[in-house]
Design a protein around this ligand. Structure first.
Ligand SMILES: *[C@@H]1O[C@H](CO)[C@@H](O)[C@H](O)[C@H]1NC(C)=O
Length: 391
């Protein structure tokens, strides 16, 4: 039975060879704004003498994966600067026990590191590790067991692959480089591709591939020319082999939200001015999962709508307004923002959740998927949610 698994995986991953490099067999994977790849291998603009490697990183903000102040590892790939690149080269070495291999092979520290910094966007980290090893690691010639000679220990090349990837990733602190240049995650600020490339040139020495989904920054690919073996050869920074998928302007870098963060203390209960409203379903642990759009409906994978909050004269309650009109609880108990209705007065609890008639629990029939817009209600329904004010 076990023998069959790698082959089954191969078939599946081949159909989605660039689908954001993710695990296509993870049936419970939530859809993410970043679930499909940037327009994949960009066409080469030049031919380099030595093979090129790419060290690739993710920024997973919606939903959030990995530390709020760091990008995470996507992988280490070989790139031949032609239209193709090798993948899935040796099904007999498509191991599913990466953690055990690292523990047994002296890679304990590396395992601890990747548990934090090599994150799958559907939460299946070890499947992403297997996938990356199988797809890219098994294609690296110098990681073939025959290259190790008579002293070869089973699976030691797997340890080398993960150690090398971590070593290279640690030299590329994208988050620090960007923020030190004044480019910070924000729900409102926008940046130009030229600004991002200026940082890449100053810190890495070359332009890199910046990947965007719908104008949201979510990938960074750094290229190297490699001389010698992957294990200990020379990795020299090189220019990206293709054009970034980000637009030249209006790029957003969304903040990651940390569900463990204590709520910010609020001197006044009611917000005032421009705010956003995150939706936190209790069924998925109460972390933000989508936001309200201008009609007051709930969507995932969208840029949250801006709400204008107007404080009551006594400063405790507030009403909400969007481009569609005033927000109110309708006679049917739905939270909707539209023209021709009188704004409802809401309150905020100590965690900045919207309260209506003394309660901060709202409901929805389901968690929205894909382009679906789901109505928030006060009447009980399948999904209990909080509506959290955020800046
Ligand atoms: C990992 O899996 C492979 C293939 O199933 C097996 O040969 C090897 O002994 C396993 N390694 C560890 C450390 O469990």
């Amino acid at each position: 039975m076990i023998r069959l698994l790698p082959l089954a995986l191969l078939g599946l991953t081949a159909t989605a060879s660039h689908a954001r490099e993710q695990i296509t067999f993870a049936t419970s994977a939530p859809s993410s704004p970043f679930s499909s790849c940037p327009p994949i291998r960009p066409p080469p603009v030049q031919r380099l003498r030595d093979p090129t490697a790419a060290v690739t990183q993710f920024w997973d903000a919606a939903p959030t994966y990995g530390p709020v102040d760091s990008w995470t590892i996507h992988g280490l790939w070989l790139d031949f600067c032609s239209s193709g690149f090798p993948q899935n080269c040796d099904p007999t070495r498509a191991y599913h026990n990466i953690s055990e291999i690292l523990e047994a092979g002296g890679g304990h520290e590396t395992l601890k590191f990747i548990e934090t910094y090599w994150k799958d966007y559907s939460g299946h980290d070890s499947q992403l590790w297997t996938h990356e090893w199988q797809k890219h690691g098994t294609c690296m010639k110098t990681l073939e067991p025959s290259c190790y000679g008579s002293s070869y220990q089973p699976q030691e090349e797997v340890v080398d692959f993960f150690e090398k990837t971590v070593e290279l990733f640690k030299q590329l602190p994208t988050y620090d480089w960007l923020t030190e240049a004044g480019i910070v995650p924000s729900r409102t600020a926008t940046y130009s591709l030229a600004q991002l490339q200026d940082v890449a040139k100053a810190r890495f020495g070359h332009e890199i591939f910046w990947g965007c989904q719908r104008g949201w920054l979510n990938e960074a690919w750094y290229y190297y020319q490699v001389r010698g073996p992957v294990q200990n050869g020379q990795f020299t920074p090189a220019p990206a082999t293709g054009r970034s998928s980000c637009p030249s302007d209006n790029i957003r870098w969304l903040p990651k939200t940390d569900p463990k963060d204590p709520p910010a203390p609020r001197p006044t209960g009611a917000p005032s001015g421009k705010i956003f409203i995150d939706v936190l379903p209790s069924s998925t642990g109460g972390a933000p999962n989508g936001a309200l759009i201008s009609t007051g409906k709930w969507m995932r994978n969208v840029t949250p709508a801006g709400f204008t909050s107007i404080r009551d004269s006594d400063g405790r309650g507030f009403s909400l307004q969007t481009s569609k009109g005033a927000c109110a609880i309708t006679s049917a108990g739905s939270f909707l923002c539209q023209g021709g209705q009188k704004a409802t007065t809401f309150f905020a609890d100590s965690e900045r959740n919207i309260m209506y008639r003394g309660k901060s629990d709202f409901y929805a029939v389901e968690i929205p998927s894909g382009p679906k817009q789901v109505t928030i209600t006060t009447g009980k329904s399948a999904q209990k949610v909080k509506l959290r004010l955020s800046e």
